[in-house]
Design a binder for this molecule. Structure first.
Ligand code: KIV
Ligand code: ZN
Length: 505
């Protein structure tokens, strides 16, 4: 049985999702969960991109023991040196160098000829090979590269010391037949004395990222790159949970397996959804809320008689717990701690104290506290703990005609509280005007979404916002959860404003 390696780029390509910015603490948390999930290689970031990226890659390199830790670099010595520095403490370091090889990229983006591109690959892959044992090369936009030139680029990288060749479908242009054939062509035609790992890297612009990755595996790729929940640049990357399950459920067909701990899948997905503020669509394969729900009477009847009639995946296989018992007002600290452990949370004593107090306060307002409520509660606590400027209070004056008024106060990390009182056409606009005044920011609200976390009138509200900073057109996401919709709206806006503020310091 072939073993397929999993390369996770949630912290690099995944962080290229508009508005997603993980802080270092969050990146370490995700890395640790990826290790539990069974990922072979984690792309921790792009060390030259910023001091924050460098620090995150370095911290992950120091915290991760089993996985190989990779850092991205362009074909430039300064990028390779910076990646080397960041990865020095990794048990298994790897560099990932890329250079575009398609005509359109070489002509318009790089302004380089084919000869110059080949020379650069040779120079930089050899340079990296002196520093790293594991060198991965990616001919960016490989799927739109003229085939004979792609082969030359790949052969040049191998001759210069690359041991891993990643074949990116950078713009999600390929299809399974074509992408699979590209792997077969490269594998059949390269010359190498040592074993080369071939890896897929697909984007989902035409909705074929998972199918393309599986076609690559069928045609000899032994590594797959992707992200958790498929987040990433534009339409995103191959969703790794989909590939892991396809290999497991259709093992008869693929005759290949992985070391992914399937039971950790839901937990990994939840963590990334929570920290990226990108919710998983209800109909998403494997981890979507509806993936194991049966609506039609005929289906329900079939599943009751034998789940295999309509269920190819048992929810527990991927860690979806359908029979979880909710907590309530009378649940004690013991039950609360046991539930957190069941959900995979490890809290410090202080965090636990705060979480239990919040739980009790929620249980006073809401009859049944479900797993989703608890995850939401901890998400909100985490948001508050990592924020520099915290929402202290919101007061709204509502009038059924005319303007609405809001008074908001926010406390910064030096314990200085600022208060603003503003009006708006609606209550939320009034609150947001006040927050803008306190942060002294010029932003526009690009997205606003509100969702109930559970069914029922006593449900908590989850508000998601996307702000665009007018100065540089950068986007920032924020999530706020509260029993009250106005408070949740204010929390979400403060969360995103904190990121605008941190970026502009
Ligand atoms: O999509 C892409 O081409 C990339 C490369 C850096 C591998 O992300
Ligand atoms: Zn990519």
């Amino acid at each position: 049985m072939r073993k397929i390696q999993f390369f996770d780029t949630t912290l690099r390509d995944g962080e290229q999702t508009p508005g997603v910015n993980f802080n270092t603490k969050e990146k370490i948390q995700i890395a640790q969960q990826l290790e539990k999930w069974g990922i072979d290689v984690i792309e921790a970031g792009f060390p030259i991109a910023s001091d924050g990226d460098f620090e995150a890659v370095q911290n992950i390199a120091r915290n991760v023991k089993k996985m190989t830790v990779a850092g991205l670099a362009r074909c430039q010595k300064k990028d390779i040196d910076r990646a080397y520095e960041a990865l020095q403490d990794a048990v298994h370091p790897q560099i990932h160098i890329f250079l575009a090889t398609s005509d359109v990229h070489m002509k318009y983006k790089l302004k380089m000829t084919e000869t110059e591109v080949l020379a650069s690959i040779k120079e930089h892959v050899s340079y990296a090979r002196n520093l790293f044992e594991k060198v991965q090369f990616s001919p960016e936009d490989a799927s739109r590269t003229e085939k004979s030139f792609l082969l030359k680029a790949v052969q040049t990288a191998i001759d210069a010391g690359a041991t891993i060749i990643n074949v990116p479908d950078t713009v999600g242009y390929s299809n399974p037949t074509e992408y699979g054939a590209l792997f077969k062509f490269l594998i059949d035609n390269i010359q190498s004395e040592q074993e080369i790992i071939f890896s897929s890297h697909c984007h989902d612009d035409l909705g074929m990222a998972t199918a393309n990755a599986l076609a690559a595996i069928e045609n000899g790729a032994n590594r797959v790159e992707g992200t958790v929940n498929g987040i990433g640049e534009r339409a995103g990357n191959t969703a790794l949970e989909e590939v892991a399950l396809a290999l497991y459920i259709r093992n008869d067909f693929y005759q290949a397996n992985s070391q992914i701990e399937l039971a950790e899948t839901k937990r990994t997905s939840d963590l990334v959804a929570r920290l990226s503020s990108i919710p998983v669509p209800k109909n998403k394969a494997i981890i979507g809320e509806n993936a194991y729900a049966h609506e039609s009477g005929i289906h329900q009847d079939g599943v009751l008689k034998n789940p295999e009639t309509y269920e190819i995946i048992t929810p527990s296989l991927v860690g979806v717990n359908k029979n979880s018992l909710p907590l309530g007002k009378l649940s004690g600290r013991h039950a609360f701690v046991a539930k957190l452990a069941e959900l995979g949370y490890q809290l410090s004593d202080d965090e636990l104290k705060t979480a239990f107090a919040r739980f009790k306060s929620l249980a006073d307002k809401k009859k049944q506290i479900t797993d989703d409520d608890l995850i939401a509660l901890l998400t909100d606590q985490h948001r508050e703990e990592t924020e520099q400027c915290k929402l202290s209070s919101v007061q709204v004056q509502y009038s059924s005609n005319g303007f609405q008024g809001a008074i908001v106060s926010i406390t910064d990390s030096n314990d200085q509280t600022k208060v603003a009182s503003t009006i708006g056409s609606g209550s939320i606009q009034a609150i947001y005007n006040a927050i803008d005044e306190i942060f002294d920011q010029d932003v526009s609200l690009t997205e606003y979404e509100i969702q109930a976390i559970t069914a029922g009138e006593d449900a908590q509200a989850e508000v998601r916002v996307l702000l665009t900073d007018e100065k540089n057109q950068q986007t920032y996401r924020g999530v706020g959860i509260d029993f009250d919709v106005l408070q949740a709206s204010a929390k979400a806006y403060v969360a995103a404003s904190n990121q605008v503020f941190t970026k502009n310091i």
